[in-house]
Design a protein around this ligand. Structure first.
Ligand SMILES: [Zn+2]
Length: 404
C-alpha cells in the first residue's frame, strides 16, 4: 500500500508488518450526521481497511466520537435537549447509516466523554513539561514551546491566526500568551458538560480529546491518521503538537491521509450552510452499492461538487454491472488482484471500479472478491438491517458515560 502523506506531500509506502497497522480516523461530531461528506470520508477509510486486511495485514482501527464539543452544546440548546441525549441519538443514527452503506465498524469507537480521566492526565503532563499554562480555570497549549507548529498545514502564522478564528478559536482571548495558543481545558458555562479537574470544574478542548484517545488506544505513534481535509488546521496540527510534546515520539503519525471536501450548491456541505444531503434521505431511493459507487468514482484527495444526476448515473452503472455479474460464468479469476493493485496505489478507487467493470464484462468469476474490496455487494442484500449492523460490528446502543 502506498499513500500520499499530507505532512511530506510525498507518496509513501505503508510496508507490511506483523503488528496491526495502527489507524486513527477522526470521527463524527454527533449533531448533523450523516451527510454525504461524512459518508465520503468513512467509505474511503473502509476501503483502506478492506484492502489491507485482504492482503493479510492486520489493522487496529480506532475512530472516535467527538461528543464533547461547542457545536453539540449549541445544537442541543436549540433543540431543547441535553448534549448527551443528542450525542447518543446522533451516534446511533450514524452507526445505522454506516451499516446501511456496508461500512465495517472500527475496532474501537471511543467517545470523548468517556475518556475524561485520560484527557486530564495528559493535560497535567503537558503543564508539568512547560507546554501548557493555566489562566482563570482555563488551560492553554503554549504553541511557542514547540519548534515546528504549522509543519503539517504549511500555513504562515498570519494564515493560522485567521483560520483559527474562522474555526471556533478566539485569537484575541487576553488570557493567551500567544494568539495561536489553543484551549486544552476550559471552564464550563451553565448547562454545559462538566467534570472535576485540577483547574476546577470544566470540560476539555477539542484537539486534546483526539490526542488522548489515540494515545490510549494506539500508543505514542500511529501508522495512518486520517480525517477530512478541513481538520488539517488547527485540529491535526494541534494534535501533533500535543502528542509529540507529551511522548517525545516523532512523528506522531507516520502518514497523514486527508479526504477532500464535498461541495453542494456551490458551498462546502455543512449544517451551518443548510445544504446537507443526508444518507438516510437517499437510502429509500438508492441502494448502498450505488451510493458507494458515486463516492468511489472520486479520488479521495480531490474536493468535488455533488449534483443529484451523478447519483442517478452511478445507480444506472451499478444496475448494469449487477445484471452483468449475475450472468458471469467463466474467466481467468484474477480481477481481485488487479483491483487490489489499483487500490494499493494511493487508493485509486475510480481505477479499481474500471478494472471491476472490465472483469465482470469479460465474465471473470472472481468479481465477487474484487467487489468486496470496494465494499460492493452487486447482488441482492443478503441480510436485513439489524443483522447487517451486527455482521459489520456496529454494536448499539452507544451508551454515554456522562459527567454531568
Ligand atoms: Zn480528531
Amino acid at each position: 500500500m502506498r499513500l500520499r502523506n499530507t505532512e511530506t506531500n510525498a507518496v509513501q509506502p505503508l510496508e507490511p508488518q506483523s503488528d496491526p497497522v495502527r489507524l486513527y480516523v477522526c470521527g463524527i461530531t454527533p449533531y448533523d450526521t450523516t451527510h454525504l461528506g461524512h459518508a465520503f470520508t468513512y467509505v474511503v477509510f473502509d476501503v483502506l481497511v478492506r484492502v489491507l486486511r485482504a492482503a493479510g495485514q492486520p489493522v487496529r482501527y480506532v475512530q472516535n466520537v467527538t461528543d464533547v464539543d461547542d457545536d453539540i452544546i449549541r445544537r442541543a440548546r436549540e433543540l431543547g435537549t441535553t448534549w448527551d441525549h443528542l450525542a447518543d441519538k446522533e451516534t446511533t443514527l450514524y452507526a445505522d447509516d454506516m451499516a446501511a452503506l456496508n461500512v465495517l465498524a472500527p475496532d474501537v469507537f471511543p467517545r470523548a466523554s468517556q475518556t475524561i480521566p485520560k484527557i486530564i492526565a495528559l493535560i497535567v503532563k503537558l503543564e508539568a513539561q512547560g507546554h501548557a499554562y493555566q489562566r482563570d480555570g482555563n488551560v492553554y497549549f503554549r504553541v511557542g514551546s514547540v519548534a515546528d507548529y504549522g509543519r503539517l498545514s504549511r500555513l504562515s502564522r498570519t494564515e493560522m491566526i485567521t483560520l483559527s478564528a474562522q474555526r471556533g478559536a478566539d485569537p484575541d482571548d487576553p488570557r493567551k500568551q500567544d494568539p495561536l495558543d489553543f484551549v486544552l481545558w476550559q471552564v464550563s458555562a451553565l448547562g454545559e458538560p462538566r467534570w472535576e479537574s485540577p483547574w476546577g470544574v470544566g470540560r476539555p478542548g477539542w484537539h486534546i480529546e483526539c490526542s488522548a484517545m489515540a494515545l490510549e488506544h494506539l500508543g505514542p505513534q500511529v501508522d495512518v491518521h486520517g480525517g477530512g481535509s478541513d481538520l488539517i488546521y488547527p485540529h491535526h496540527e494541534s494534535e501533533i503538537a500535543q502528542s509529540e510534546s507529551a511522548t517525545g515520539m516523532r512523528p506522531f503519525a507516520r502518514i497523514w491521509v486527508h479526504v477532500g471536501m464535498l461541495r453542494y450548491q456551490g458551498e462546502k456541505m455543512s449544517k451551518s450552510l443548510r445544504n446537507l444531503v443526508l444518507v438516510r434521505d437517499l437510502l429509500p431511493r438508492y441502494d448502498a452499492d450505488s451510493i458507494r459507487v458515486l463516492l468511489l468514482r472520486h479520488h479521495y484527495r480531490e474536493p468535488w461538487e455533488y449534483t443529484p444526476d451523478q447519483l442517478d448515473d452511478a445507480a444506472a452503472w451499478t444496475a448494469r454491472l449487477r445484471a452483468a455479474a449475475s450472468r458471469t460464468r467463466n474467466g481467468m479469476g484474477d480481477s481481485a488482484l488487479a483491483v487490489r493493485a489499483a487500490l494499493e496505489d494511493d487508493l485509486d478507487t475510480s481505477g479499481a471500479l474500471h478494472v471491476l467493470e472490465e472483469a465482470i464484462d469479460s465474465g471473470d468469476r472472481d468479481w465477487r472478491a474484487a467487489a468486496e474490496l470496494l465494499g460492493l455487494e452487486l447482488s441482492d442484500p443478503r441480510l436485513d438491517h439489524e443483522e447487517m449492523k451486527k455482521a459489520l460490528g456496529w454494536r448499539a446502543p452507544f451508551h454515554n458515560g456522562g459527567g454531568s
